[in-house]
Design a binder for this molecule. Sequence first.
Ligand code: SF4
Ligand code: SF4
Length: 501
Amino acid sequence: MGINYFTPQYEVCRDPKKCIKCKVCMRQCANEVHSYDEELDMMVADDSKCVDCQRCVSLCPTRALRITKYKNEFKENANWTQQHITEIYKQANTGGVLLSSMGNPVPYPIYWDKLLINASQVTNPSIDPLREPMETRVQLGSKPQKLEFAEDGKLKTKIAPHLELQVPIMFSAMSYGSISRNAHESLARAAEELGTYYNTGEGGLNEDFYQYGKNTIVQVASGRFGVHVGYLSAGAAIEIKMGQGAKPGIGGHLPGEKVGEDVSKTRMIPVGSDAISPAPHHDIYSIEDLRQLVFSLKEATAYTKPVIVKIAAVHNVAAIASGIARSGADIIAIDGYRGGTGAAPTRIRDNVGIPIELALASVDQRLRDEGIRNNVSLVVAGSIRNSGDIVKAIALGADAVYIGTSALIALGCHVCRSCHGGKCNWGIATQRPDLVKRLNPDIGYKRLINLVHAWDHEIKEMLGGMGINAIESLKGNRLMLRGIGLSQKELDILGVMHAGE
Ligand code: SF4
Ligand code: SF4
């Protein structure tokens, strides 16, 4: 037997004075970390299997458990960190690509945290959202350059189909397959009650979810899983996925073990087969090709649904968005490099793409400069963590945001970044029936509603503080932002002044 080069990442600390040997941790851990040693009459743990999902810590009735970083340290080296060395061991063992999930965890700058929001003082008085009406409804879709009216006062201009959101927040694309049925149901029901939208992702739409169609965005990705005319017609809008923030430039892979009966029926693929979506759409190699798909989808749905084109934030994102805005698309969704995923090659997730804040500012500016900003609405995604991030996104030019990871956290996710293993102990990123049932959609959807209501209220308070009573008046209003600790180049791209100016 070869040498085991690995040291565990985490250490399970159990207080023997508190442990009552109830075995809850053993039953709850799908990674089989905990076991009961009959000879020693005590609970023991295999640290090497722990992914730090915190399920056992949360459910231990006596608070006997704590997960800490494993204290063993390799010789200090700023270049060859323990992580770099361990990853080489892994690849030398397997010869395989390293897989990860959720968003990019590398400590690149987070621009949301380097932007500060304005507030009224003395002139332009602030508004109290508890006493005065405050509008956070948003319409997404292509807007006409000007309105024409007939002599009788009726509108002559034909308005393109729109999405109406009661809050400026939608739930990001997460496929049934990458997340569980109960997670999907929680999102669908919450979207319906909130008056917003959730997104099927690339996994098709299970027939049980057609009832939520008017709050559903159906996605068409390169694999075209589950796409048929009934599916396209079932949703309120259609999203063409060209790219995803967590893995720009590559396709997707849902392992066969996650493709059970129900997922196979929804995706229209055999049970147990890997669902591999190619990196490109094999019919799109130019903006003209994209335009053909946009209009094929509009034709298939009798021009009743807005079409969204989703792209990853990459180096020349403004030029790409400019092309998309001329393709007939109604909405552009831009996903930043911190966007989550059920599975991605680690190197891609951690090294490819750009921050959503910079991408958004440059896209909004380019579309304005070219006089085509009204052709499309902009929706941004990729680690929106709180209502402050949303207010900053709107001020930088977004019409609305997508939230994915935040929504999963509301459902109980502890961001252990192990979704690709399919053994999510919180019942979210798994298809194992015993784990799926741990997430109760009756509770899950209420938690999502609570989160969005709380954020909507906070957005209203921040708007009121700025003396603004409608979110539309904040859109692209970069004077409401100031940068802190940013270089002149960064300030120029963001289009904001430095704090103190
Ligand atoms: S759940 Fe807590 S009390 Fe129960 S066996 Fe595990 S550590 Fe001990
Ligand atoms: S969804 Fe589950 S597996 Fe994925 S990061 Fe969250 S807790 Fe971990």
